[in-house]
Design a protein around this ligand. Structure first.
Ligand code: GLN
Length: 486
């Protein structure tokens, strides 16, 4: 009988990631609305900047993962990333024009080191076929979402209702808290996540600087380059397309150097990674268009009191994750014992179907409330229920899948590529969001703004269902490729 108790180190990573995500999602809750209502960017531009931010913030993990695999190890990468992210949040708290792009650029660079490596570190806590792995990742995912729920709620409220920069600053304080938790507790990890070779780290580069310090310096130099990209955001189309293409080819190339069994596993992961791009493109309307939709077209009045729309829209998804994680943490092992647990590809297919139902609920709610332009809050809550049930069939499962299907030496990189898929997805989400841009003249008129959302929401619902069915057709092949891995 296997021991089902989770390793203690999981709780360290749980709390570290919880506070980091508090800050990450607290800040993201404010981003689009801040650009539209405070900086007064027109909506298509605001969506493009949001898409670029989200794309870059999830592109960097590919490099951060690779650098951790080869040089820093997961722990150093997490600490360095956390410091840089904290700087970013505090820069955003400065009420100056220049600080906006710089703050985001720091967060992007820091997240590249922090995010993939803390997830890979979770993977190192388990042996290859340890049954605790999936539930460990589900628990970890719950930590992410407790942080996101609190961050969305608090920063969303403080930012929208008190002062936008206080909201950003609050995020920074919690990032520091995450960092402190990790640094104080990291001995519990024993030898996990140490650099692959101390010697390589100390080796001088360009004869005057150690490799480790060179990595830190180069990252700082990247910050102004990212600011440049924000200023020239149309270049992002080429960057995302180019990097997407290259990383796809790169995995194929690695795959063809492996033995048949490992190659099939890697390719199964690749197919699921590609599908996940579409998942995030639809899902991430949450941090984009649905923020403005919540402000304009959801009835936030309860018993005469007006709820803060941004806080609610950013609290609901992680709030549902917390509740539904408990259900799934029980459901998967229960089905497993009966020999009926869906395979990873089937869970992925299900995730699209569920998300499609969620968007369909939003659409129906719009359709039934054309006269007022306001959908009842419960329909908003219900739609998110389905979307998040979908998320739980893909996102935590994907993390676990990456650590199971990738050859050990490139887990960090593959984790980075997993997040890069969400980068492309979020970039696309910005483009889909822009289709829901509401002209300035009717931004404060619910009846007039509603149709801008409802038609696109119905198309998103149909898109989700179509992708879910397509993926379903791939399930037998993917299962064959995955062989003994569930
Ligand atoms: N919400 C999850 C997190 O913040 C997943 C994000 C993603 O993979 N894009 O970790």
């Amino acid at each position: 009988m296997q021991n089902h108790k989770q390793p203690k180190a999981l709780y360290l990573l749980f709390f570290t990631e919880m506070w980091e995500r508090f800050s990450f999602y607290g800040m993201k809750a404010l981003l689009l609305a801040y650009m539209v209502t405070q900086i007064k960017f027109d909506e298509p531009k605001a969506y493009a900047i949001l898409g670029s931010y989200a794309a870059l913030v999830y592109t960097m993990p590919m490099f951060g993962g690779m650098i951790a695999d080869k040089f820093l190890g997961y722990r150093k990468a997490i600490v360095f990333g956390g410091i840089i992210m904290s700087v970013g949040h505090f820069v955003l708290a400065i009420p100056q024009e220049w600080s906006f792009f710089y703050g985001m650029a720091f967060i992007i660079c820091g997240n590249g080191f922090f995010k993939p490596n803390i997830s890979s570190l979770v993977g190192t806590l388990y042996e290859e076929n340890d049954v605790r792995r999936d539930s460990g990742f589900s628990l970890f995912y719950m930590g992410i979402n407790i942080g996101a729920a609190l961050g969305g709620l608090l920063c969303g409220y403080v930012g929208q209702k008190i002062n936008w920069h206080y909201g950003f600053g609050l995020a920074g304080i919690f990032m520091i808290l995450g960092l402190v938790v990790f640094v104080l507790g990291k001995n519990i990890l024993q030898d996990k996540g140490l650099p692959p070779s101390e010697e390589v780290l100390k080796k001088p580069i360009l004869s005057f600087i150690k490799t480790e310090h060179f990595i830190y310096l180069a990252t700082l130099l990247l910050v102004p380059a990212v600011v440049f990209l924000f200023n020239q955001y149309s270049i992002m189309d080429y960057i995302m397309f180019g990097l997407g293409f290259l990383s796809f080819i790169y995995i194929l190339w690695i795959g063809f150097k492996l033995d048949l069994e490992s190659r099939n596993k890697l390719f199964a992961a690749l197919v699921m990674i590609v599908f996940s791009v579409l998942f995030w493109a639809f899902y991430e309307q949450n941090s984009g268009s649905l923020n403005l939709f919540a402000m304009r077209n959801v009835n936030m009045t309860i018993n005469g009191a007006e709820l803060p729309a941004l806080a609610i829209n950013n609290f609901l998804p992680p709030g549902w994750v917390i509740i539904l994680s408990i259900v799934f943490a029980w459901l998967w092992p229960w089905l497993n014992q009966k020999g009926k647990e869906p395979s990873t590809p089937l869970k992925f297919s299900l995730s699209f179907i569920l998300m499609g139902i969620g968007f369909f609920v939003f659409y129906l709610a719009c359709n039934n409330n054309i006269q007022t332009g306001l959908i009842p809050l419960w329909t908003f809550v219900l739609g998110y229920f389905f979307i998040i049930a979908g998320e739980l069939c893909l996102s935590p499962i994907g993390l676990s899948m990456i650590t199971k299907l990738s050859p050990t030496k490139i887990v960090g990189l593959m984790m980075g590529i997993w997040f890069f898929a969400s980068a492309i997805g979020e970039f696309m989400a910005g483009k889909i969001g822009a289709l829901m841009s509401v002209p300035e003249a009717v931004q404060n008129n619910s009846v007039a703004s509603m149709p801008y959302y409802s038609s696109i929401l119905s198309n998103i619902a149909l898109g989700c269902l179509a992708v879910g069915v397509t993926l379903f057709l791939f399930v037998p092949l993917l299962k064959k490729w995955m062989k003994n891995i569930n």
